[in-house]
Design a protein around this ligand. Structure first.
Ligand SMILES: C[S@@+](CC[C@H](N)C(=O)[O-])C[C@H]1O[C@@H](n2cnc3c(N)ncnc32)[C@H](O)[C@@H]1O
Ligand code: SF4
Length: 446
């Protein structure tokens, strides 16, 4: 395939069926659970010998009070205590299954996300953290993070989070305009609840607070977005994360037939630019092009460690992703399956994943870093190959398109949006993956 043909294929893939993950999830296949456990054993030995960095622990909670119409995640709706207790029971089974393998390893980060992990009651959260502390080595865990929404937080829950050492809390506000909140099916949130839970989180002493907003929603005006930004700036959180709305198959607006046009995207980019100027005036610095921080310590270290040194990640809970560099990337079962098997107190012998040989581990590093500027010296140190020599032809092609910027030390893919990034980052995919992707497209279009 020449580069033009590759570009066409990559655009098709970026538009139709893949996400930002690498290796692409559409190529994943069943891997024996036993092989995954064996890989963890090997990795753990190397970590204990001091050859590798400590891993991160990720816990996925796929439940929310309501499904927001812009949300691209697969979440289940409902907060009945019974249903959540059932989920916790299976999570406990899994924690107990992996605990003996990783007990000796200190985890660097603990991150509970979803969905909305704070959908659990204070009592359920307390029990979950107590179990995690008992079953894993979290003594040296420098960052403990959790995602929340204002409507699911309370002073009681915040006290439980503080008690268990949570030191980075994300409060997802998304938008504040009343009409827009109704339009996105998030009626249970008001300025008052936002302000109150923010103040309570400060009051209990959570060290870092991050606020999530979303921009570019159907029906969102520049005036309402900038009003939200200003509201957040007055609160002065340690970090602000602005997500650019992307259409994906699981988005309800998308299912309803709402589409964003190129004109909408341009408008969204202009809104972001205006916000950028405003946020910087308040002393925030842009981080990886996606978040604003008051200080470097306010970053999400689980993401950072994984991106910067190809760290490993143990994901537990339905649909959680795990990553063992040099061995496998894999995904846990869908929620329904997870609950089904958990019933039998035994999970099935296969998980969906992809073997990570040296090429794939190296590409993963590139994909995770090239948008912010990949450091060529670090790349050479990690993979013992020269970036420019390895990708000479790709670099020349992308430079001709004006999408790659290079200095002596760094190389940066200057994508204007996720679609462009998903398209052009694929030029660094391993030949094996490109071949498999081509075959997958062919099979789909038969
Ligand atoms: C797991 S989600 C939500 C966490 C929390 N439940 C909340 O509602 O704030 C994390 C982030 O993904 C972002 N997100 C969800 N759907 C998106 C979409 N279609 N495009 C871009 N960002 C999206 C949201 O802005 C959200 O802050
Ligand atoms: S945005 Fe948050 S609360 Fe809304 S559906 Fe998505 S994960 Fe759930």
């Amino acid at each position: 395939m020449n580069f033009r043909q590759k570009e066409k294929l990559f655009k098709y893939l970026a538009r139709h069926f893949d996400s930002m993950d690498y290796p692409p999830i559409i190529l994943w296949k069943p891997i024996k659970r036993e092989l995954i456990k064996k890989a963890w054993r090997h990795r753990v030995k190397k970590i204990i010998n001091g050859a590798l960095d400590y891993p991160g622990l990720y816990i996925h909670i796929p439940y929310c009070q309501t499904k927001c119409f812009f949300c691209k995640f697969k979440v289940r709706v409902g907060n009945s205590g019974k249903m959540l207790n059932r989920y916790l029971k299976y999570l406990k089974n899994e924690i107990e299954e992996f605990s003996p393998l990783l007990k000796k390893v200190p985890f660097k980060t603990l991150y509970l996300a979803g969905g909305t992990p704070t959908i659990f009651s204070a009592h359920q959260l307390d029990a979950l953290f107590t179990l995690l502390e008992e079953k894993f080595n979290l003594i040296e865990t420098s960052q403990r993070l959790i995602e929340a929404t204002p409507a699911t937080l309370s002073l009681e829950k915040l006290r439980v989070l503080k008690k268990h050492g949570i030191n980075r809390l994300t409060i997802g506000i998304q938008v504040l305009d009343k009409k827009l909140l109704t339009a996105i099916n998030r009626r249970n949130q008001t300025e008052k609840t936002v302000r109150s839970c923010y103040n309570q989180a400060r009051q209990v002493g959570i060290k870092i607070i991050n606020i999530d907003l979303v921009v570019g929603l159907p029906g969102q005006t520049a005036a309402s977005f900038l009003k939200d930004v200003n509201f957040v700036l007055q609160l002065r959180p340690d970090a602000i994360h602005i997500f650019s709305y992307e259409e994906e198959n699981l988005v309800i607006f998308y299912m309803m037939g709402k589409r964003i046009t190129d004109k909408d995207r341009t408008k969204r980019d202009q809104m972001l630019e205006l916000a950028d100027g405003e946020i910087r005036k308040y002393g925030y610095r842009s981080y990886r092009g996606e978040a604003y921080l008051l200080s470097p310590g306010a970053a999400n270290f689980q993401f950072q460690y994984r991106y910067s040194v190809n760290g490993s990640l143990l994901g537990l809970g339905a649909e959680a992703l795990s990553y063992i560099p040099g061995y496998y990337a894999y995904e846990n079962f869908k929620t329904e399956e997870y609950l089904n098997y958990g019933d039998k107190d035994q999970f099935p012998p296969y998980l969906n994943g992809y073997p990570l040989n040296k090429d794939e581990t190296c590409t993963n590093y590139i994909i995770n870093n090239i948008r912010d500027g990949l450091d060529k010296t670090i790349f050479r140190r990690l993979y013992r190959v020269d970036f420019n020599k390895t990708f000479r032809k790709e670099i020349n092609f992308l430079k001709r398109l004006g999408i790659l910027q290079e200095s002596r030390e760094r190389i940066k893919l200057i994508a204007r949006n996720d679609f462009e990034f998903r398209t052009y980052s694929k030029f660094f995919f391993s030949p094996r993956i490109i071949k498999e992707l081509k075959a997958a497209v062919k099979a789909r279009n038969k």
